[in-house]
Design a protein. Sequence first.
Length: 405
Amino acid sequence: MQTQSLINIPDIKIPEITLIRDVNKHLLRGHRWIFADCFDGKATTGLALLKLRNDILAIGLVQADTQLRFRLLCLTEEPFFRMNNIPQSLLNWSENQFNKAIELRASFRSNETNSFRLINGEGDGLPGLIIDIYDHTAVIKHDHSVCEQFYNHQGIALKLTSVMPFIKNVYYKKRNDLEIKGVDVLGSLQPEVLFKENGASFASNIRDAAKTGFFLDQRDNRKLIGQFSKGKSVLNLFSYTGGFSIFAALGGAIDVTSVDIAKAAIVAAERNFEVNKIETKHTAIAADAFLYIDEQIKNKQKWDLVITDPPSFAPNQKAVEAATAAYTKVFSNSLKLVKNNGMFAASSCSSHISSDMFLDICREAFSKTRKKGTLVYFGGQPFDHPYPLAMDELRYLKFALFRLD
């Protein structure tokens, strides 16, 4: 049973971790995280029962080395949970969550789009588990080692291929800074994986690429850029492998410029233009985008549409103040590169920057450059990146498209 299950259940007795603060309402509302200040400091990484006074409230994963101390798997009040049979309860829980995730995406794969997120961690009730699909390849990723021990990759691969027979390869992707960057769970990962998004084709070297191989969460926003690019000159800053650039070109842009500090990303962007057989003029520049912006301001260069999608400036709450200043500066400087009546797209993937904060940053950026703007569209992550209603911090992606007035 263990080999085909989605999770690994330890043979030893599951330890308890005791709360020093009552956060039961927090959990009942659907939140799945408890932080270190709610415990007495004594904890061992791994599966544990959550205890408040004499009551067992839940079972979850403990991360003894992070401020995020406990990730809720399921509450003991769930109908399928039995204290006298915890292993079976966990197996039932994992199957239930997995099947709901599959059902949510059941009709999504098509000839136009065969890349999407199948499991989005807490958003699909499977904390710490990410599974992305790239046509015939599934990529598993975790954000903590405790998740690697808890989830059964072989069992996941068997389950995936039984419900999605088109999947031929399952790859577990580790951190890029490790000597062994990942492991083939099923089949063999190809050096280049081709996949489709809204009719566009992309190539990814998944083994060396960021995240699971591509930023799937910008799918809807890339498509939107294509709808506003016809006849325009487009500048894509922090372009990575050129996702926005591809859709701008396919949408009828007259020329596209992609700028990213990573030479490998720029090479990949040129490859993506090649696989789409795009003839639009594409200038791919490996350079520090911040310096490039300054240089183009001095040169008085301007574009019809400028996209600024920088990396996260706020990895934690302490960095929010500095991140706010950094976003304001890069957005205000980017606005100086937009032609009169042109368009500006701004994005942030910082979960610690709320939607309201992000829009305040955009307002301040417009104010600093003495420009007026109209908000044409404001969005975020697509439906295959769900999050619990009680966890607004997992609504991390913000994307705004403005017209300069």
